[in-house]
Design a protein around this ligand. Structure first.
Ligand SMILES: Nc1nc2c(ncn2[C@@H]2O[C@H](COP(=O)(O)OP(=O)(O)OP(=O)(O)O)[C@@H](O)[C@H]2O)c(=O)[nH]1
Ligand SMILES: [Mg+2]
Length: 460
């Protein structure tokens, strides 16, 4: 990647296409000089926001607003200019070309944030959160990413690291000057400090699962024999008629996917073709194959039963199929059509099909009773809670480094209690310190930085 720090870089920071306004951003030592060559203004020279025209020689190209940010108090830490132009791709290209002609070069993906990182404006975990915020699919995950940008996660890592650094200093002093009259920590004190760091790292690791789910969501397939109300349930959850509903068994012949925001968790809901024993309709048979494929890719299944009918061979067929192909996928059992006279209970289902459900509830897609409870169960399964504001974003890089830190801290603790093993304990503590530092971006290899920043969009 062409991350040369001396160049002045430029990029469109808003989406390409037509819009009321588009923002072009320049950063680097030459930003102000380049703008002065292509921007004519009557605003006072000490103004930070100036109105004027982008010019090519004497020809006006667009009427714009330029905002001048003087280093070091800027996003990148460098001189930075934002030009608000009219959002037309032709104008945008003309302005970009003018900046190139006068010495700027196109920014690489994430290069503005990379410079912010190099100039100490953000640590690496905070920079990664900028990318996550832009990519977030739900309001909750956007809040979580913002928590990280504000430094909530970094602060926790820094606190553990600083305390550990203090402990290492004591350990090294006692190794270097064993006979001198300096203050040493008792073995108990060292162990208790290590225990508290281990707990702090474990607390951070616990955010990983929910963080992944908040970002990527979970997949839920609605299954059951024909006519149990699967498509009706999808429609009821979405609040619109997405799937065709009829009283003809075998109405749905393809899988239908929709994503909803369920208490902050992106939930991909898949309506499937009902599975039944005897059908000679080729399309329905193909649909049933797609159902089986969808089932194999979901995190949890919602199995619908029609409470107004007794069980039959089709239910047994589904139970056998799940037992063989997906024995570990959790199932929420639903007795649908609770508005009708009941002929089936969960006791009947458990007795005949010998199933274990993650949760079981009655519902009516017709009246809507039970839908909110189902969504709550799905949220519970995902590990979501009501204290959404306290979540932190832990990505797989953080997770692996936290695991390394944890392992080293545990080893340090184990070796400390052994005779003459202080040196090894200290070595392990230093390893843990290095892993925590790497989360924040200290001593991170160039190729790792390249990989992280290349996932950013251009202009960020
Ligand atoms: N009374 C009542 N009828 C329902 C309820 N849910 C669905 N139905 C009716 O049951 C019939 C089948 O509904 P669908 O949603 O098409 O069932 P499905 O499981 O998707 O059926 P296939 O696509 O054939 O597998 C329709 O006539 C619905 O109106 C309910 O809660 N109460
Ligand atoms: Mg259907």
């Amino acid at each position: 990647m062409n991350y040369l720090k001396e160049d002045t870089i430029v990029a469109l920071s808003t989406p390409n296409g037509k819009s009321a306004i588009a923002v072009i951003r320049l950063s680097g030592n030459e930003s102000f000089n380049i703008i002065n060559k292509i921007f004519k203004t009557n605003s006072k020279s000490d103004k930070q926001v100036k109105h004027g025209y982008i010019i090519d020689g004497i020809e006006k190209k667009d009427e714009v607003i330029c905002i001048f940010f003087k280093s070091p108090h800027t996003y990148t830490g460098e001189d930075l200019v934002e030009i608000s132009v009219h959002g037309n791709p032709i104008i945008i290209n003309e302005v970009l070309n003018l900046t190139y002609k006068n010495g700027a070069r196109p920014a690489e993906p994430g290069e503005f944030t990379y410079r912010a990182f190099l100039n100490g404006k953000l640590d690496l975990a905070e920079a990664e959160a900028v990318c996550a915020l832009i990519a977030s699919k739900t309001e909750t995950f956007a809040k979580v990413a913002l928590n990280n940008i504000y430094g909530k996660f970094s602060l926790k890592v820094k606190n553990i690291k600083n305390s550990l650094t203090n402990l290492i200093a004591f350990m090294e002093a006692s190794l270097d000057h064993p006979d001198e009259d300096i203050m040493f920590l008792s073995l108990n004190e060292k162990l208790s400090r290590l225990n508290s760091y281990i707990k702090d790292v474990q607390d951070l690791l616990n955010f990983y699962k929910i963080s992944k789910i908040l970002q990527n969501g979970i997949k839920v397939a609605i299954i059951g024999k024909p006519n149990t109300g699967k498509s009706s349930l999808l429609n009821a959850i979405l609040g619109k008629n997405r799937a065709i509903v009829t009283d003809i068994a075998g109405t749905t012949t393809d899988t239908i996917e929709e994503v909803i925001d369920c208490h902050g968790i992106p939930l991909t809901i898949i309506d499937t073709a009902g599975i039944r024993n005897h059908t000679n309709n080729l399309i329905e048979l193909l649909g049933q194959e797609k159902t089986k494929e969808a089932v194999s890719k979901t995190d949890i299944l919602v199995w619908l039963f029609d409470s107004s009918c007794e069980l039959d061979n089709n239910d047994v067929k589904i139970a056998n199929f799940l037992e063989k192909s997906n024995p570990d996928t959790p199932i929420i059992g639903i007795l649908n059509k609770s508005d009708l006279y009941p002929k089936l209970s969960f006791a009947d289902i458990f007795e005949s099909l010998k199933l274990n459900f993650f949760a079981s509830l009655s519902l009516s897609t017709k009246t809507g009773i039970g839908i909110a409870e189902l969504l709550k169960e799905l949220c519970k399964f995902s590990g979501g809670s009501d204290s959404k504001n306290d979540y932190l974003m832990i990505n797989s890089r953080h997770y692996n480094l936290l695991r390394n830190a944890l392992e080293s801290l545990i080893k340090a603790k184990q070796t400390l209690s052994m005779r003459n093993a202080d040196e090894i304990a200290c070595f392990e503590a230093v390893n843990a310190q290095a892993a925590l530092n790497e989360i924040l971006g200290v001593n991170v290899a160039e190729d790792i930085l390249d990989t992280i920043f290349s996932t950013f969009c251009i202009g960020k």
